[in-house]
Design a protein around this ligand. Sequence first.
Ligand SMILES: C[S@@+](CC[C@H](N)C(=O)[O-])C[C@H]1O[C@@H](n2cnc3c(N)ncnc32)[C@H](O)[C@@H]1O
Length: 182
Amino acid sequence: MIILYYTLLCFLFFVMFFCLLFLLSPLFSLIPFVTVRKKVLNEIIRELNLDEKSILYDLGCGDGRVLFAALKTNPDISCVGVEISPFPFLLANTKKIFFNFKNIQILYGNFFKKDISPASHVFLYLFPKSLDELLPKLEKELRVGSRVISCDFEFSKRKPDKILELQASTGQRNKRLYIYDF
Ligand SMILES: C[S@@+](CC[C@H](N)C(=O)[O-])C[C@H]1O[C@@H](n2cnc3c(N)ncnc32)[C@H](O)[C@@H]1O
């Protein structure tokens, strides 16, 4: 009986802890934790055009869904997610452990302060201001030929090599992918 009581107490504690982290998210980033829709994941993965040597970064990875989806279809690639907000960071790491994903690192912190030079592919779902602040870093650190895909928003100072319209009904997010070959 006592064991059951303490298990329940621990469970409630973790639920409350996660709720608190979720509520505190705006303190860590002005960009909210909003994920890409599950229905657009396949198109993102297809457009990334990954092969077994690919190293995919998601800067502001949220719950890591783009990286996990990429690993499901391409188990030999390496993935790195960077997340500044504790709630999605813990969620992504919980998924990683729970589903026993290999070849993936979820790093805590600010992507502006991380070395992204190993990346061959980068996925972004950020606001335009952050994209523009990030562009000089991408141009400096990424190798020639690296592919960058930004969902819904584009760099104001760089023309995309391709724009892909996604199926979305009125009011739905994730309407477009902007694809850049650096
Ligand atoms: C719109 S969500 C996208 C989540 C995920 N990439 C997806 O597509 O499902 C943006 C995420 O970026 C994170 N973020 C914003 N600025 C960041 C920064 N400077 N460093 C790391 N993460 C950041 C936010 O906490 C948020 O979870």
